[in-house]
Ligand binder design. Structure first.
Ligand code: ADP
Ligand code: MG
Length: 264
């Protein structure tokens, strides 16, 4: 992977402030009064058993999911709802905000467009939404393919790449619009074990670049090495949060202790 690029310039960090966010699906409370403050440029790992609300929280931050109550602020731009008395107020026009807040999202299953080459996967959305000219998009795609070490695959089809390479392309694609925040939802859990490292290496590089990162993963070793904060969720609630050292080495909550004993 190229180390020559000053990828710090590719990003600007965002502060995330989550206040009293709740979200139900029918009777099921997927998020139950979640509050969290993340500093610009910080790296946060979210741990928790399956079904504890981790993906729902990421989707709420990216506004893929409307919350029922509470609000989420990214660099001062509010999304969500605020209760005053017995009324809920929608805080801002959602679609506009979503574009402005500009959060990059990387899924477990890569989600590359199969009918587009690697380069076209990167440049399609920024051009279609008139956020970059074709020339700008191609230049930026080249820089980002260097960052993830895959410039030589610019003209390849996704199906000809390994899972690890596809995920690195998905990360580059998410970076095209200089997101202030990058969200990763179990980015390595669909990969063969020998391909996990190359994807985590790209995320580590981003961590050093100063972008605010929120990563759902079961890779506790990675969390130990890279995360500033670790958040542990159960049943839609944050049961424990703190520095990665504190949560991983001296967990206070019984559920955290049991979870860590299982995954380590
Ligand atoms: P995690 O990512 O921690 O595994 P999720 O955030 O995906 O958990 O889900 C939290 C809970 O909400 C689960 O019980 C899940 O079944 C439920 N859930 C998530 N999305 C939906 C949905 N669109 N419709 C109904 N239930 C959902
Ligand atoms: Mg999930």
């Amino acid at each position: 992977m190229s180390e020559a690029i000053d990828y710090r310039n590719l990003h600007s960090a965002g502060a995330i402030s989550i206040t009293g966010v709740s979200k139900s699906f029918g009777k099921l409370k997927a998020l139950d009064d979640v509050s969290l403050e993340l500093e610009p440029g910080s790296v946060t790992v979210i741990l928790g058993p399956s079904g504890s609300g981790k993906s729902t929280l990421l989707r709420a931050i990216n506004h893929l999911e409307r919350v029922d109550e509470g609000y989420i602020q990214i660099d001062g731009d509010y999304i969500g709802y605020q209760r005053r008395g017995d009324k809920l107020y929608e805080l801002k026009e959602q679609a506009i905000l979503r574009q402005r807040i500009n959060v990059g999202y990387v899924f477990q299953n890569f989600n590359l467009f199969p009918h587009l080459t690697v380069l076209d996967n990167l440049i399609e959305a920024p051009i279609a939404h008139r956020q970059l000219s074709r020339r700008e998009a191609i230049d930026r795609a080249g820089e980002l393919l260097d960052v993830v070490g895959l410039r030589h695959k610019a003209d390849a089809w996704p199906r000809h790449l390994s899972g690890g390479q596809q995920q690195r392309i998905a990360i580059a694609r998410a970076l095209m619009l200089n997101p202030r925040v990058m969200l990763f939802d179990e980015p390595t859990s669909a990969l063969d074990p020998e391909l996990v490292g190359e994807v985590l290496d790209v995320i580590k590089k981003l961590a050093r670049s100063g972008t605010t990162l929120v990563i759902v993963t079961h890779e506790v070793g990675f969390a130990r090495e890279v995360a500033d904060n670790v958040v542990f969720m159960v049943d839609g609630r944050i049961v424990e949060q703190g520095s990665s050292h504190q949560v991983l080495n001296q967990p206070r909550h019984e559920r955290t202790k049991r979870f860590l004993a299982r995954v380590l």
